[in-house]
Design a protein around this ligand. Structure first.
Ligand code: CA2
Length: 151
C-alpha cells in the first residue's frame, strides 16, 4: 500500500516523443518516460497513474476525476500550457499540489512558449531537464506530500 497517489498527465503530441525532434525532446519514447515514472514511483512509495491525450476535454475530465482520486498532479500540458484557460481552470479546481513539467527549456525557444497559464497554479515548475524532469517532479511531489502528512 503506497503512502500517496499521483497522476502524471501528458498533453497533445507527447505521444510522438522519441519519433522526431530528438535535439529538443531527447530520444526516449513516452513509454520509456512512463517506465521511468513507474520505477521512481515504486522507489518513492507512490501509486501512479500515467496518461496522455491529444484532446483538451479528455485532459480536463481526468483532472476533474483527480479531485477525489489522487493526492497530487504532475502535468506536462504541452502546447495547452500556452493556450488553455480551460486546463488552468481545471487545475485551479483541484485542491492538491500541482507540478508543471516541460522537457525542453521553453524560455530558450519561441516567444509564444514563454507564457504559461499553468505556472501561477503550480507549486513547482521543472523546465529544461529533459525527461528526467518527470522523475524530479515525482521526487519533489513525494517530499511535498510527506511534509503535508506530517503536519
Ligand atoms: O518541452 C515540453 O515539454 C513542451 O511542453 C512540449 C510541447 C511544447 O508545445 C511546449 O511548448 C513545451 C510539445 C510536445 C510535442 O512533443 C513532440 C515530441 C516529438 C515530436 C513531436 C512533438
Amino acid at each position: 500500500m503506497s503512502f500517496a497517489s499521483v497522476l502524471v498527465l501528458n498533453g497533445p503530441n507527447l505521444n510522438l516523443l522519441g519519433t522526431r525532434e530528438p535535439a529538443i525532446y531527447g530520444a526516449e519514447t513516452l513509454d520509456d518516460v512512463a517506465r521511468m515514472c513507474r520505477d521512481a514511483a515504486e522507489r518513492l512509495d507512490l501509486s501512479l497513474d500515467f496518461c496522455q491525450s491529444n484532446a483538451e476535454h479528455q485532459l480536463i475530465d481526468w483532472l476533474h476525476a483527480a479531485r477525489t482520486k489522487v493526492d497530487g498532479v504532475v502535468i506536462n500540458p504541452a502546447a495547452y500550457t500556452h493556450t488553455s484557460v480551460a486546463i488552468a481552470d481545471a487545475l485551479s479546481a483541484i485542491d492538491k499540489p500541482v507540478i508543471e513539467v516541460h522537457i525542453s527549456n521553453v524560455h530558450r525557444r519561441e516567444a509564444f512558449r514563454h507564457h504559461s497559464f499553468v505556472s501561477p497554479i503550480a507549486e513547482a515548475i521543472i523546465i529544461g531537464c529533459g525527461t528526467q524532469g518527470y522523475v524530479l517532479a515525482l521526487e519533489r511531489m513525494a517530499t511535498i506530500l510527506k511534509t503535508r502528512k506530517a503536519q
